[in-house]
Design a protein around this ligand. Structure first.
Ligand SMILES: CC(C)=CCC/C(C)=C/CC/C(C)=C/COP(=O)(O)OP(=O)(O)O
Length: 446
């Protein structure tokens, strides 16, 4: 099978025909994260025309993406090189073909965004100003592999739906560049390897979060897309887990502080996907998906949901500051950023045009990297270990009471601030922080 495929790819006539028939051009590939709603194409590279017919190993006999990219690059090479093709060059072509397929199957750009959120969670969850770089790299690698597996399974389950949508019909499975058993083998290999990496190089909590998220995305969210519009909210939970995974990988635990970035991701995804589902309504309907916007002809409810979730983002900057995760500058920046996206959502609510939906969509694409960069830039290290309030109600760093000092009592979690002020325990602070009007629980010492 391998030899036949190599023969086929090294056949000069085959390449020649492809060169003649190739309609590849750079403009046919969309390279931004997110979708390009204006063209109803997908954010993971999409070739320009449908392919059909498959050969052994699932390679298309026509204008497959991988072969087309080969053809386009080989156009610059003298034709004589084609005639000198050896098994080695055939193997290289095959390698390129499959790399391309795996890249698309894994929705690599989306997976990289997921990795960025997980990496940000890792840095935020790291105690002190030093971040364990090796740990960060392993966490990113594990997250990338588990996310790739989840995305590949999603495409296996949605092969027939994807074939009916303009945006997705050229993915490796509907375009028959890859077979389902091949995609399943890829998905399970990277899924198992990614979970093992998280378990061995981070901890079981991070591995458990990764594996559960894979199950939630592939086996709950994916079928739900064809059943009920609530799928968008379930998908928002899936998108919110990776930063929690990163935090858990760094600190070995999940605390209240760790919820800020996941909350931002959850609320952010709603306007993002509402705008998308509004712009791609006909495509989603053709694919048989039950998106919220399809049952809302005027778009009014879709826009209202988007606006409401933008407003939920507003207090997050303050919460990050108040809980000691980021400085006051982040509070200011985040508030301005969130008010800007809320203003765009409001204008979409008032005037539901494609242009306004597209503006809100593009703003959502900008929002996340800016929010995460701000959070990283204004991060307050040591936020989990030591929390206390100074006389102005600001959070100050605490020093654990040294064993042997006069106030030390085994089992007592009390700490003292660097200014010498007796502080509430972190648990006490955490339970009071979001509800300052409630009395903080007191911890009796025996
Ligand atoms: C660690 C781990 C497992 C992370 C997974 C993170 C992940 C895959 C997040 C994606 C969230 C989401 C709702 C995407 C849209 O999928 P869609 O099915 O609507 O997209 P499509 O229509 O392009 O197929």
């Amino acid at each position: 099978m391998w030899r036949n495929t190599c023969k086929l790819l090294s056949n000069p006539n085959y390449n020649h025909n492809l060169l003649k028939s190739s309609s590849y051009s750079a403009s046919n590939f969309n390279v931004v994260y997110g979708w390009a709603p204006s063209q109803a194409t997908h954010y993971y590279s999409s070739p320009s025309s449908a392919t059909s017919g498959s050969l052994e190993l699932g390679i298309s006999s026509r204008k497959s993406d991988g072969v087309r990219s080969f053809s386009s690059s080989s156009a610059a090479v003298p034709a004589v090189v084609d005639h000198l093709s050896s098994p080695l060059t055939s193997a290289l072509q095959l390698g390129r073909h499959y790399s391309r397929c795996y890249w698309e199957l894994s929705k690599a750009r989306l997976s990289m965004l997921v990795v960025a959120t997980s990496g940000t969670g890792y840095v935020l969850g790291s105690a002190g100003s030093a971040v364990d770089l090796a740990g960060l790299c392993w966490t990113c690698a594990g997250t990338m592999m588990v996310a790739s597996s989840a995305n590949s399974l999603n495409q296996v389950f949605e092969k027939n739906n994807d074939a009916k949508m303009k945006r997705t019909r050229l993915r490796p499975l509907p375009s028959r560049r890859l077979t389902i058993p091949h995609a399943l083998t890829w998905a399970s290999s990277v899924g198992v390897a990614g979970t093992a990496i998280l378990a061995c190089k981070a901890n079981m909590l991070a591995a458990g979060l990764g594996a559960s998220n894979l199950i939630l995305y592939a086996f709950v969210y994916t079928p739900l897309k064809q059943i009920h519009p609530v799928n968008t909210w379930v998908g928002a939970v899936v998108g919110a887990i990776p930063p929690l995974l990163g935090w858990a990988a760094a600190s070995g635990e999940i605390s209240l502080n760790s919820m800020i970035l996941p909350a931002a991701l959850y609320f952010w995804q709603i306007p993002h996907f509402m705008a998308l589902a509004y712009l791609c309504r006909s495509d989603y309907a053709a694919g048989g998906f039950k998106m919220f916007s399809l049952a809302d002809a005027s778009g009014r409810r879709t826009a209202a949901v988007a606006l409401r979730n933008c407003l939920y983002l507003v207090p997050l900057g303050f919460v990050a500051y108040d809980w000691g995760v980021a400085s006051g500058w982040f509070c200011l920046e985040s508030s301005l950023l969130t008010l800007a996206i809320s203003a765009l959502a409001f204008s979409f609510y008032l005037n539901r045009t494609t242009q306004n939906a597209r503006r809100m969509f593009h703003a959502s694409l900008l929002y996340l990297p800016v929010f995460m960069s701000g959070l990283l830039f204004h991060r307050v290290p040591d936020n989990q270990q030591s929390l206390s309030e100074d006389s102005l109600g600001r959070i100050t760093e605490l020093e654990p009471i040294a064993q042997g000092s006069e106030n030390f009592q085994p089992g007592n979690q009390e700490t003292r601030s660097s200014t010498g002020k007796q502080a509430r325990s972190p648990a006490s602070y955490a339970s009071a922080a979001p509800f300052p009007f409630l009395p903080a629980p007191s911890y009796a010492t025996s």
